[in-house]
Design a binder for this molecule. Sequence first.
Ligand code: FES
Ligand SMILES: [Fe+2]
Length: 412
Amino acid sequence: MDTRADAPRRPWPNERWSRIPNWVYTDPAVFQREQERIFEGASWLYVCLEAEIPRPGDFKRSQLGTKPVVALRDGDGLVNVVLNRCAHRSAQFCNANAGSLKEIVCPYHQWTYNLKGELVGVPFRRGYHGQGGMPAEFRMEEHGLQRLRVSCRNGVVFASFSDATEPLEQYLGPRQLASFDRVFDGRELELLGNLRQRIPCNWKLMQENIKDPYHASLLHVFLVSFGLFRLDQRSEVELDETGRHAVLISRRGEQVANEATQEMRNFRADFALEDKRLIDPQREFPGDATVAMQTIWPNIIIQQQSNTLATRQIVPLDAGQFDLAWTFFGYRDDPPELRQRRLRQANLMGPAGYVSLDDSEALLISQWGIDPNPEADMLLEMGGREVRNETHMVTETALRGFYKYYTEVMGL
Ligand code: FES
Ligand SMILES: [Fe+2]
């Protein structure tokens, strides 16, 4: 029996991974343990795109789990990720979302750090007229900002709090790495814009949502009616060996009624777009997939829906709410017409996106059902009780994979 103070009040159900107890979405002790074991544990956490901090001195604020951080590019062109906490008395020294600076000066007592986070200045360190100041044995080099391990791959910045995290390529595994490299293929990225929304539900529901192809065919009028992502299309769900990462791949279909659409209440054969350019895709990646939605443990979704590309960073705030930070991008060498196409298709996404707003609402009503019923379980049996790759969408296999790894890491 688990006797730790933060142990959950009720054991995990016997049907592991096909039943998820509702208390994992509500219990503050579970949330606390997630921060320690997942976000501050052996994970690579998405921070930002390198294109957001292209020049020396550029910085971008980010948040990894509940820990605020700053990513900054130093004079050597390298990316550093430091805790947004002054080594003096913990002030959060950076309060702009992004910008450029020569050095970091904490507003409170003006301790100064260079772009690598090393302490380079302490006002009145030697006192004033022989009075006060820091003790003689005070060592500047012992009081820099806390730096995280950083790994950049093809323009994407990841950081880790733990020395035990394996190299990023190994962490992703060969299949997920291939999917990552399909979008981040080494071409220089171009930032197209940021969106941010707060969703009042547990952060894991967001991971589940993107790992869940079943809902996409039923909830989203837009995806179903215009054939952007529907379960009668040729599809795959692929997981890494641990189950923690997954990618959902599909190919665009037509707006035709068939045996499958009969079970989709939200299929509207009579709906038409005034301006069809909104969803008009242009082939740009190898292979015939038109949608690839990748979830990388624990805080990042990589979206390729037609030509709209984005990262979505999950920032848990407490057990009952998280922020979703969207970063839309293209490639530096995109012709203007393709850039325009990406921006037009971005209307499907974000807090008010024609597709994504359905998800925000689905997450909200899920939490509304969970909160008053902590003793109930989620049922994840679509497609069986196994964790394995599938070549169809009528499955919750990727959600089971997530919880297979989750229970391992959390010791539940
Ligand atoms: S708290 Fe930052 S300088 Fe004092
Ligand atoms: Fe969705």
